[in-house]
Design a protein around this ligand. Structure first.
Ligand code: MSP
Length: 525
C-alpha cells in the first residue's frame, strides 16, 4: 500500500516565503523517509490558482489572470527546485483534468440534491472570499480585522448542504484520534463544528463579480468558490475520476493511507469541516477520510516577542535568497530542526548558522573529515581488518539500535526535529569515542596499529550510517558523503537493511573534501 502525502497548495497571489517552504520541506522529508523505509510513498504539492485575489492582482498589473498565475507558479516551482524538493505529483488548479473532476463532482452533488440555489443577503469578507454569519462577529459584535474589508451583499447563490453532515462529523472527530494530529488541535475543530451547525456552505460566486474560477456545470453564470475547487486537488491529482489513459496515479492505490500537511490557519473551517463533509457527500467512508497533520507557524522575532510574517509588515523571508546564501541543505536542515511539528517557532538566522555549524559542520563534517583523512594517512585509504575490540567499541556499535529505534519512532510520529536529535546524539558519541582513543596520537605507536584500524573503521562506519539516516533531510550533502566514502550503493539502502558493517574491511575511501564548510555570518556594520 502506498503512503500519500500532500501539502496545502499555495495561493498564487503571492510568492513563496519560508513558512510555505517549511511545509514543503517537512513533506519532502517524510516522503523520502517513507521511501527509505521501503514503502511506496507519493508526495503531491502544487498551487491554488483561482479566486478573487488572483483576479484582482492580475487586473492591477493589467495582465490576463492566466498569464499572471503562470508567472507566479514559476516562482513557486523554482523555489521548490532550489530547495531540492522531490515531489511525485504537481497540482495546478487551472489544469483541465482538475477542472473536469471538480465539475463532475459539482454536477453529481447537484443531481443528488446536495447543492441548491437560494437568495441570501449578508456580509461578505473580500479577504477570505466568503459570506460571514453572526457567529463570526467578535465580542464587540464586529467582524474583526482578520476578515479584512467586509461588505453587505444581496445575491442568489448555490449552497452545499453542509448541515446534513455536521452530526456525522461531530461523531467522526470524537471517535477518530488520528484525524487531527497533533491532538491538542482537536478543540479548535470541535468548537468550529458547533459554529457550523445549521449552516450550509455557499459554493458559488456570480460571474459578474468573479470570472477567474471553475464554472458551475449546471449554471454557467457562476463559478465555484475557491476552496471547493482547491480542496478537490487532493483527489483530482491522485487520479479520482481520471479519464482513461491519463497519466495520473491510480486513486485506489494512493488514497488509503493519506496525510494532508497543512498550517494551523487553514484547519478550520476548510480542512476539518468543509473537506470531510464534501468527501462524505461524495460517498467516502469513514475509513477513507484523510488525516490532517497540522503544523505551526514560522514567525519573526520582534521587539515585543514574535510577529506574523506578512508582506504588509515587510518582514517576509524569501527561501530562495536563503538557499543562495547558505545552500539548500542548511535551509532544509534548519526548517525541520528548529521547530517542533505542531508548534510555532521564530525564524532566527543566527540559529540557522549556529545549528549548521555545530551539528553539521563541527559534528558530522568533522567526523567525516577526520575519519577519511586518517584512513588515507594511516591505512593507505583502506578500511583495515583489526582484532582490536574494547568496551567503547562495543558500546558505540550497540548504540546504533537505540538511535535507529528513536529515529523511526519520531519520524513515524512526524517529529523530524526529535529524530534529528537521535542521529546527532549518535554522531556526537562517535566524536567522543574518537577523542577517547585519539588515533592521531596512537598512530605514532607501532604497537597500536590494530587499535588505530578499529577506531577508524568505527568512525567511517558511523559516517556511513549517518549519511543514510540524514538523507531525507540533507540529500545533497549525504550524496557527497557517500561519494567520498566511495559507497554509492548506500543511496539505495532501506532502513531495514541498515545495520553495523555497511563499509566492509578492505574498502577504499576517497580523500575528504569538506562537506559542510562553516558558515560565517557577516555582522552588520
Ligand atoms: N491556498 C490555500 C490552501 C488550499 S489547500 C486545499 C492557502 N494557501 S497559502 O499560500 O496561504 O498557504 C499555504 C500553506 O502555507 C498553508 O498550509 C499555510 O498554513 C502555510 N503557511 C503560510 N504561512 C506560514 C507560516 N508563516 N509558517 C508556516 N506555514 C505557513 O492557504
Amino acid at each position: 500500500m502506498s503512503y500519500f502525502i500532500t501539502t496545502a497548495i499555495d495561493y498564487t497571489n503571492g510568492s513563496p516565503h519560508i513558512g510555505h517552504a517549511y511545509e514543503k520541506v517537512l513533506a519532502d522529508v517524510l516522503n523520502r523517509y517513507r521511501k527509505q523505509k521501503g514503502e511506496s510513498s507519493y508526495f503531491l504539492t502544487g498551487v491554488d490558482q483561482h479566486g478573487q485575489k488572483v483576479q484582482q492582482t492580475a487586473e492591477k498589473e493589467g495582465v490576463n489572470p492566466n498569464t499572471y498565475v503562470k508567472r507566479v507558479t514559476k516562482g513557486f516551482s523554482n523555489a521548490w527546485e532550489k530547495l531540492g524538493l522531490d515531489y511525485d505529483g504537481w497540482a495546478e488548479t487551472t489544469n483541465p483534468l482538475h477542472k473536469e473532476c471538480v465539475q463532475h463532482i459539482l454536477q453529481k452533488l447537484y443531481d443528488e440534491g446536495a447543492i441548491y440555489k437560494k437568495q441570501y443577503k449578508g456580509f461578505y469578507s473580500i479577504r477570505q472570499e466568503q459570506f460571514l454569519t453572526d457567529k463570526e462577529r467578535n465580542e464587540n459584535g464586529e467582524f474583526g480585522p482578520e476578515w479584512g474589508q467586509v461588505e453587505e451583499r444581496d445575491e442568489e447563490n448555490y449552497y452545499f448542504r453542509l448541515s446534513d453532515h455536521v452530526a456525522w462529523l461531530k461523531d467522526f472527530v470524537a471517535n477518530n484520534d488520528d484525524f487531527i494530529i497533533p491532538a491538542f488541535r482537536k478543540t479548535d475543530v470541535v468548537n468550529a463544528i458547533e459554529r457550523a451547525e445549521g449552516t450550509d456552505l455557499c459554493i458559488s460566486r456570480p460571474k459578474e463579480r468573479l470570472r477567474w474560477g471553475i464554472e458551475l456545470p449546471f449554471d454557467t453564470d457562476f463559478v465555484t468558490f475557491v476552496w471547493f475547487d482547491a480542496l478537490i486537488n487532493y483527489i483530482s491529482f491522485a487520479g479520482y475520476l481520471k479519464p482513461e489513459g491519463s497519466a495520473l496515479p491510480n486513486f485506489e492505490e494512493l488514497w488509503p493511507a493519506n496525510l494532508h500537511i497543512i498550517g494551523k490557519d487553514i484547519l478550520v473551517p476548510s480542512h476539518s469541516i468543509y473537506w470531510p463533509c464534501m468527501l462524505k457527500a461524495m460517498g467516502f467512508s469513514d475509513e477513507q477520510m484523510p488525516s490532517l497533520l497540522v503544523h505551526g507557524w514560522w514567525n519573526i522575532k520582534s521587539d515585543d516577542g514574535s510577529e506574523k510574517m506578512s508582506k504588509s509588515l515587510g518582514n517576509v523571508v524569501d527561501p530562495v535568497n536563503l538557499v543562495e546564501q547558505f545552500g539548500a541543505d542548511a535551509v532544509r536542515y534548519y526548517l525541520v530542526r528548529d521547530i517542533h511539528t505542531g508548534r510555532d517557532s521564530d525564524y532566527d538566522i543566527e540559529r540557522l548558522v549556529m545549528l549548521f555549524n555545530t551539528e553539521l559542520a563541527n559534528n558530522l563534517g568533522n567526523l567525516c573529515n577526520r575519519a577519511l583523512n586518517m584512513t588515507k594517512r594511516y591505512c593507505g585509504g583502506l578500511t583495515t581488518e583489526s582484532s582490536f575490540d574494547d568496551a567503547s567499541c562495543q558500546e558505540l556499535r550497540a548504540s546504533l539500535e537505540g538511535c535507529v529505534a528513536k529515529y523511526r519512532e519520531h519520524m513515524d510520529q512526524h517529529a523530524p526535529s526529535h529524530a534529528l536529535e537521535a542521529v546527532i546524539g549518535f554522531i556526537t558519541s562517535a566524536n567522543v569515542f574518537a577523542e577517547q582513543h585519539k588515533p592521531w596520537e596512537i598512530a605514532k605507536d607501532e604497537t597500536k596499529t590494530e587499535q588505530v584500524n578499529a577506531v577508524l573503521n568505527h568512525m567511517v562506519e558511523v559516517v556511513a550510517i549517518a549519511s543514510v539516516l540524514l538523507k531525507p533531510f540533507i540529500p545533497a550533502a549525504c550524496e557527497r558523503i557517500q561519494t567520498q566514502l566511495k559507497a554509492p550503493q548506500l543511496a539505495q539502502l532501506t532502513l531495514d537493511q541498515l545495520q553495523w558493517g555497511l563499509i566492509p574491511t578492505g574498502h577504499e575511501v576517497a580523500k575528504p573534501k569538506p562537506v559542510f564548510p562553516r558558515i560565517q555570518l557577516e555582522k552588520p556594520e
